[in-house]
Design a protein around this ligand. Structure first.
Ligand code: BGC
Length: 321
């Protein structure tokens, strides 16, 4: 395994790394169903890491299909979710995936719930304030011992859906919203990403819109699916008044329960649930990592218009990223 050059880690991080490794390794959960990959079947792999307000997830991704090519590992986001606590967890997850695939040379992409400008995390709505204007790209590269691509989490999910999921081949103005701890937005115009749109923070009735429409709010407020769907519909209508998108893709872990709320949404644009569901961030981060590393990205090997299966009536909701 490629060990990170310890000398170039930010001060105090090595200690934090050991502490975080000890406390978080015990809580790591690994998706059992994913088969161990046959590497021969996965000629172009990259590692994607999805940092969220409640969980940090990582896996290897087959860039030909957008499918996970390793088990998916998840560790609860440490508290506080400061760089000193989160960076060692990312390193630990990357090492787990490197071990799974038996390679330490794969491109790595990390997606993060923040505006990303020039390698810095500029905002921190659902993570510790120490991330504001933090040189995250440099710190991440030091933590994992190599180059990394860094991108906003909803932009990453959007890239994944536009390449491998329901956005594939969609022209015009396409908006992907991730509904989780917050609401993220990935905006595409004729397939091109317009980064850092942050539509979760539009003000509606005197509040950040995501404080009502994020899927976690249904649980936090103890409200019903129709009550939460009304909040989401209000947010979607406010977005429509400004952007008039051709298509809105609803993603995040809640998209596996799309059958519980999609019919209640009355907003004008075409609405579809995301295909890649809670994995879109990992997939998009891996894709971004590969683009950043300038490796050859294979042509997509999936049918252009995959139709998402209807979830079972009682699909358990995945914890928000
Ligand atoms: C953050 C966004 C992020 C979204 C989803 C928002 O609170 O500001 O950057 O994309 O949550 O995680």
């Amino acid at each position: 395994m490629a060990a990170g050059p310890s000398g170039d880690r930010p001060a105090g991080e090595a200690t934090a790394a050991r502490a975080a490794k000890a406390t978080t390794a015990a809580r790591a959960t690994t998706a059992a169903a994913a088969p161990r990959p046959g590497l021969a079947r996965h000629p172009t792999l990259a590692i994607g890491v999805d940092v969220g307000g409640s969980g940090i997830k990582a896996a290897a991704v087959d860039l030909g299909t957008g499918e996970l090519a390793s088990p998916r590992h998840r560790i609860r986001t440490p508290e506080p979710s400061s760089p000193a606590m989160v960076l060692p967890v990312i390193r630990h997850l990357v090492d787990l995936v490197r071990t799974d695939v038996g390679r330490d040379d794969l491109p790595i992409g990390v997606c993060f719930p923040s505006v990303i400008l020039d390698g810095r995390t500029m905002t921190a709505a659902n993570v510790d304030a120490d991330w504001v204007e933090y040189p995250a790209l440099t710190a991440l590269s030091n933590a994992v011992g190599g180059p990394v691509g860094l991108i906003n989490d909803a932009d990453a999910a959007g890239l994944a859906e536009m390449r491998y999921g329901v956005g594939r081949g969609e022209k015009g103005v396409v908006l992907l919203l991730t509904l989780g701890t917050g609401v993220g937005s990935g905006l595409f115009v004729d397939g091109q990403l317009v980064p850092n749109t942050e539509l979760g923070h539009m003000e509606i009735r005197g509040k950040d819109a995501e404080k009502r429409s994020a899927s976690v709010q249904r649980v936090v407020r103890g409200i019903t699916w129709p009550e939460w769907a009304a909040f989401l519909d209000e947010h979607l209508r406010a977005i429509d008044r400004i952007l008039w998108p051709d298509l809105i893709i609803l993603g995040g872990g809640v998209s596996k329960n799309a059958h519980r709320f999609m019919d209640m949404l009355k907003v004008r644009p075409r609405l579809v649930p995301a295909h890649l569901r809670g994995d879109a961030g990992i997939v998009g981060a891996a894709l971004w990592g590969a683009k950043t590393a300038k490796v050859r990205i294979p042509p997509v090997r999936i049918p252009p218009a995959r139709v998402p299966e209807a979830g079972p009536a009682s699909a358990p909701e995945e914890p928000p990223a």
